[in-house]
Write a protein that binds this ligand. Structure first.
Ligand code: NHR
Ligand code: GAR
Length: 208
């Protein structure tokens, strides 16, 4: 049984989707812990209610990013995970942290990377007049939102969309592609080939 640790900052709907699918579909994996950088992260209650271990490493309690990263890594490693999943985790992680989890750290970003890395992606996509947007699951590298792409989803931008409408449409697809990408990882179906990720069964890596 592989162990997955999920990092969250907020409501944790992607965490719910992953933990739910993992349990329903009998993956060769279990969610060993959910860790938040904010004590008030809504997803902590959901996880605890399902008997999943939870922990908080409050970034406000650390004087440097390096000190926060080190304590976060210590907490993660106490659960001995094969995979660490960022699910709405909102702190940029340093190069030392990222290198420690190289090849076993995934993120979902609510844009069609490499477009709109960083924050406020939906607002920026609307301002740019994009007619399609989406979400990207990628391996995390030290450069923010630039790691090898595992899977993407694509949705239309519709007339009258505001940030909330767009983010809700994208989020629905996140709940499909993130569990699938995590399942592929724990089943050994993902192969990193330099900057590219191949799905070994030849399954489609885009949800249209
Ligand atoms: N760290 C590295 N090194 N590489 C990535 O690809 C990362 C990462 C850490 C988080 C998620 C993320 C995203 O997908 C992520 C990817 C937070 C920020 C940010 O600027 C940017 C990107 C992402 C998450 N955070 C502010 C900070 O100062 C704080 C914002 C807040 O607390 O609300 O860290 O887009
Ligand atoms: C998701 O849309 C995720 O893609 C995004 O935050 C939301 C988290 O929702 N992530 C980022 O913006 C990373 N910078 P959730 O807590 O309900 O999963």
């Amino acid at each position: 049984m592989q162990r997955i640790v999920i990092l969250i900052s907020g409501r944790g709907s992607n965490m719910e989707a992953i933990a739910g699918r993992c349990a329903e579909q009998g993956w060769p994996a279990q969610v060993a812990a959910v860790i938040a950088n904010r004590p008030d992260a809504g997803g902590l209650g959901w996880a605890a209610a399902r008997g999943i271990a939870t922990a908080v490493v409050d970034h406000k309690a650390y004087t440097s990013r390096e000190a926060f990263d080190a304590e976060l890594a210590r907490t993660i490693d106490s659960f001995e995970p094969q995979l660490v999943v960022l699910a709405g985790f909102m702190r940029v992680l340093g190069a030392a942290f990222v290198r420690h989890y190289e090849g076993r750290l995934l993120n979902i970003h609510p844009s069609l990377l490499p477009a709109f890395p960083g924050l406020h992606t939906h607002r920026r996509a609307l301002q740019a007049g994009c007619k399609a947007v989406g979400a990207t699951v990628h391996f995390v590298t030290p450069e923010l939102d630039h790691g090898p792409i595992v899977m993407q989803s694509v949705v239309p931008v519709l007339p009258g969309d505001d940030e909330d409408a767009l983010s809700a449409r994208v989020l629905k697809t996140e709940h499909v592609i993130y569990p699938l990408a995590v399942r592929w990882f724990v089943e050994g179906k993902l192969k990193l080939e330099g900057a590219l990720v191949r799905q070994l069964d030849g399954a489609s890596q885009v949800l249209l």
